[in-house]
Every structure is written in C-alpha cells, then in structure tokens.
Design a protein around this ligand. Structure first.
Ligand SMILES: NC(=O)c1ccc[n+]([C@@H]2O[C@H](COP(=O)([O-])OP(=O)(O)OC[C@H]3O[C@@H](n4cnc5c(N)ncnc54)[C@H](O)[C@@H]3O)[C@@H](O)[C@H]2O)c1
Length: 259
C-alpha cells in the first residue's frame, strides 16, 4: 500500500491558484506566504491596491507568482472582477481564503446601528459574498477549496472584541456549514478556522502590555497563538487530499475554549 493509502492520488498543489482576502498584513499575509512557499500562485487582495501590491512584491519580486489587487469584501461584484482577472492571468482559481476582517472594542450597550452594520458587513457579508461568487465558480469546475477565518469570539461570545464582531464570526461558522452542504457534491470543500488571540500586529497594537500579559496568563498553554500555525492549517485545508474535510471548524485557541 502506498503511504497515501489505497486508491488515493495526492497531487502536487504546485501551480494551483489561491486568493487570500485582507492579505496586505497580519494573518492574511502570513497565509499568503505559506501558500506561496508551497508553490501556489497567490493573489493577495486588500482594501488598498498599493498595500496589497507591496505585500505581493515582498513574496515574489518578479511578480510572476503573486499579484496584489484591490478587493473590498463588502462588494460582491469586486469578487467577480478579481475572479475574472485571475482566470485571465493564470487560467483558473482553486482556493479562496476569506480572511479579511476587523473588530472594534466597544461597550455592548453603546454600539450604534452604523457600527454594528459596518463590522458585520466586513466580517460576515464579506465571507458570504466570497463563498457565493467562488462557490458557484468552483462548483461549475467541479473543484475548489474555501477556508473561512472565523474566531473564538464567534464560539464563546468574545471577551476583548465587540458584540458585532462576535456575532459576525458566529455567522461565519454557520455559513461555513451551509455552503459546505451545498457545495460538497460538486467537489468543493468549505471549512473554518477559529483562532483565539494570536501573536499578530493588531493584537500588540490594540492591547496594552499589561492587559496582554493578563490575557496570556488566562490561556491554558500560557501564550498567544502562532499565526504561522494557523496559516499551515489553512494550507492543509486547501490541499487536494483534504477532500473529506468539510463543514468543519478547526480551533486554535490555546485551550481557552474546549468542546
Ligand atoms: N488577530 C487575532 O488574534 C485574531 C483572532 C481571531 C481571528 N482573527 C481573524 O483573522 C483575520 C485576520 O486578522 P488580523 O489579525 O490579521 O487583522 P489585521 O487587522 O491585521 O488585518 C486585516 C486585514 O483585512 C483588511 N480589511 C479590512 N476590511 C477589509 C475589507 N472590507 N475588504 C478587504 N480587506 C479588508 C485590512 O486592511 C487588513 O489588511 C480576521 O478575519 C480576524 O477576525 C484574528
């Protein structure tokens, strides 16, 4: 029996094409980097074309295997435009990582309708549009991998982050299951990763060192998560032989939430 098991072919993921949203910095940039290291052609997208292009050039200065593009995830048509551009350039897209997100620390009873709508638009609508546009495209081709970046906040209601963010991330977990069921028969898997607090710029920028130390002390493993590991999880879920994992949510929270 081959190491892969009977009847399995683990095809090389080299030269597959992946799109990562919110990839100009933080976790998105890290996921894009791991996919690039694995041999993918990677589209790094973000609100601002210039910062996306900068992150893309950092990975591949030749510009042959990466591209940086503007994609505001609140705009469904933007997903379609980027899809068409990538198909024109590289022939197809195989992987979508819905990573773009933002949180706002606001007291529950003071969250305005505007603020609630804005946080939900990026974190939840964005994931919905990405799954819809690329889900349809992948299903038509009979192959695709979608990885949604959720959050521990979506599972436990959140602590440091706002109610809007926690609610939106809870919605991301639900959408993951709904799209997984719809797309499973068409060769498309849809999974989520739910990170707890990670050692990322946004955490160090917004949480003061004292609070951060208290937070770390509350985590059973005693430290913030490693973004590189989350990125490796995304790469694994994006792989061709990950075809029997769908509708799942993989937790990376240092033991803060066990189920
Ligand atoms: N940092 C953590 O500890 C942590 C924990 C759990 C989940 N997450 C999730 O991981 C993902 C990445 O977080 P991060 O820590 O790297 O955050 P970050 O703020 O450093 O990066 C987010 C990126 O998304 C982009 N973005 C924001 N709104 C966008 C929009 N409308 N369209 C396109 N791009 C947009 C930003 O410009 C930025 O480049 C998010 O979904 C976040 O909710 C992070």
């Amino acid at each position: 029996m081959s190491p892969q098991g009977v009847g399995e072919t683990w095809e090389d993921d080299t030269h597959r094409v992946a799109l990562v949203t919110g990839a100009a910095r933080g976790l998105g940039a890290c996921i894009a980097g791991r996919l690039y290291d694995k041999g993918y052609r990677v589209a790094l997208t973000d609100l601002d074309a210039e910062s996306a292009a900068g992150a893309a050039a950092e990975l591949d200065p030749s510009g042959e295997h990466t591209v940086g593009l503007a994609l505001d995830v609140r705009d469904k048509d933007a997903f379609a435009r980027v899809r068409d551009r990538l198909v024109g350039r590289w022939g197809a897209v195989h992987v979508l990582v819905n990573n773009a997100g933002h949180s706002k620390v606001e007291p529950l009873m003071h969250i305005t309708a505007e603020s609630f709508g804005s946080v939900v638009a990026t974190n939840l609508n964005g994931t919905f549009f990405g799954c819809q546009v690329f889900g349809a495209y992948f299903a038509e081709r009979g192959y695709g991998r979608i990885v949604n970046i959720g959050s521990l906040a979506g599972q436990n209601g959140g602590t440091a982050t706002g109610a809007h963010y926690a609610a939106a991330k809870g919605g991301v977990a639900t959408l993951t299951k709904v799209f997984a069921r719809e797309l499973g028969p068409h060769g498309v898997t849809v999974n989520a990763i739910a990170p707890g607090p990670q050692d990322l710029p946004v955490v160090r920028e917004t949480v003061d060192p004292e609070t951060l130390a208290r937070t770390e002390a509350m985590i059973p493993v005693g430290r913030l998560g490693r973004p590189g590991f989350v990125a490796d999880m995304a790469v694994l879920l994006a792989a061709e032989h990950a075809d029997t994992v769908t509708g799942a949510c993989w937790d990376v929270n240092g033991g803060l939430f066990m189920r």
